[in-house]
Design a protein around this ligand. Structure first.
Ligand code: DX5
Ligand code: ZN
Length: 221
């Protein structure tokens, strides 16, 4: 079984204390820091951009996993590379036929490249990316807000995507799932074939972050 990694989303954190927050997440056993970049256009919400990445960079040695919910992410890649991002994920809905090319540009900047689809986009839309991607992300809620309920139909998409990766000779592909993941449904997500778990509200609402992050690694670890 692939090693499960937990990527707490700082979207659920206190934006006035991000440095301390990412330091604490690292101390509590997080594997990545998931950074939800929203531009108010691709999704209605505005969060932060590459400047936040640059500012939190000195507070953690963990990979900064940047999920770009923005229009024209191709125009933003250099800024994220300079800021110290490690993984950049772009939406297939926005990049369309240029998704594979965008993944290659991300890798040319020395970052890991990942593609993501929204809940209403068929999983087959990611198949073209399998060869070039370091990671593939499935949204299990509609992007834009934390604290929504996990859409159960995502489980079938995870299974299909893992099967396709195995068939394509990339059985170790990182498959990340984002949205509505809790202590209760995480085992089903892992069992379906995901190995990178994003969690915002579940981690930040917890009374014991260390325990919760450990639990989100799955009970079969
Ligand atoms: C949604 C974001 C998610 C979100 C997850 O647009 O991409 O990363 O922060 O938050 P929870 O875990 O609260 O659903
Ligand atoms: Zn996200």
């Amino acid at each position: 079984m692939l090693k499960v990694k937990v990527a707490p989303s700082i979207l659920a954190g206190d934006f006035a204390r991000m440095g301390e927050t990412v330091r604490k997440l690292e101390q509590c056993g997080a594997d990545y820091i998931h950074c939800d970049v929203m531009d108010g256009n691709f999704v209605p919400t505005i969060t932060f951009g590459n400047q936040m990445i640059e500012h939190i960079r000195p507070y953690t040695s963990l990979p900064l996993d940047c999920h770009l919910m923005v229009m024209r992410p191709d125009t933003r890649l250099e800024g994220f590379a300079r800021a110290g991002a490690n993984i950049v994920t772009v939406h297939v809905e926005e990049c369309r036929s240029l998704t594979v090319q965008t993944l290659r540009i991300i890798k040319n900047y020395g970052m890991k490249a990942s593609a993501v689809i929204n809940p209403n986009t068929p999983v087959e839309s990611l198949y073209d990316c399998v060869e070039d991607a370091d990671m593939l992300l499935l949204m299990s809620v509609h992007p834009g807000w934390g604290g929504q309920r996990f859409l159960p139909e995502t489980l079938q998409k995870i299974e299909k995507l893992r099967a396709f990766c195995i068939k394509s000779g990339k059985p170790d592909m990182d498959i990340e799932v984002d949205g509505g993941i809790t202590e209760e449904n995480v085992d089903a997500v892992i069992e379906a074939g995901a190995n990178v778990i994003v969690a915002g509200s579940t981690v930040f609402r917890s009374q014991d972050m260390k325990w919760t992050i450990s639990r989100l690694h799955g009970s079969a670890k």
